[in-house]
Ligand binder design. Structure first.
Ligand code: ITT
Length: 191
């Protein structure tokens, strides 16, 4: 089956490549030569995942999936949420992290979760898969691996941040890991 992963984010691409089995192959937006920005105008992760997948499906007619994800912080009323990628306005992870740490300065409640919503379009029909991981926001940057907010997110039951874990360890418990597990189960049944 021909399948496209509608993301411009190379880190997402690598993580999903590592997690999906060899028999489920997909092309990236770079491989299909699609470089335009897709405007994410939705107010929920589900809406934005659908917008990304629909944009590529309408352009190509090929089956496609997209990942909309982000960090939801309780004490910040759910921010950065759907604005996670561009929270500080620069598009740089260091700036987003600095903004979160500044806003949480002196705040005791560090509870947060990562969420990933995948939208799969198969022969024109939409399917959604959602994964979450609970955790806390660290006081300082911890580790250098991973991407985005990984250096300040410590998953529940662990003492290391996602940026201090191997890719395999992060994937085994992450929001994206859980969503991809469901995507894989669904695709495996029909391939
Ligand atoms: P595409 O829309 O092209 O897929 P994007 O990076 O713009 O790429 P999103 O709109 O879904 O994707 O924004 C997700 C942001 O949430 C991402 O840029 C990170 O800042 C953060 N994020 C999501 N998953 C993460 C993870 O596993 N680790 C750290 N940060 C993550």
């Amino acid at each position: 089956m021909e399948l496209i992963f509608a993301t411009h984010n190379q880190h997402k691409l690598e993580e999903v490549k590592q997690m999906l089995p060899q028999n489920i192959q997909f092309k990236s937006l770079t491989e299909i030569n699609f470089h335009d920005d897709i405007e994410e105008t939705g107010s929920t992760f589900k809406e934005n995942a659908s917008i990304k997948a629909q944009t590529i499906f309408q352009k190509t007619g090929v089956n496609v999936f997209a990942d909309d994800s982000g960090l939801v912080i309780e004490a910040l009323d759910g921010a950065p949420g759907v604005y996670s990628a561009r929270y500080a306005g620069t598009g740089k992870s260091e700036d987003n992290i600095a903004k979160v740490l500044e806003e949480l300065k002196g705040i005791e409640n560090r509870k947060a979760y990562f969420i990933a919503v995948f939208c799969l379009i198969l022969d024109g029909k939409e399917y959604f898969f959602e994964g979450r991981v609970n955790g806390t926001i660290a006081d300082v940057v911890l580790g250098a691996d991973g991407f985005g907010y990984d250096p300040i997110f410590i998953p529940e039951g662990h003492s290391k941040s996602f940026a201090q874990m191997s890719a395999e360890e992060k994937n085994s418990m992450s929001h994206r890991g859980h969503a991809v597990e469901q995507l894989n189960e669904f695709l495996t049944k029909i391939i």
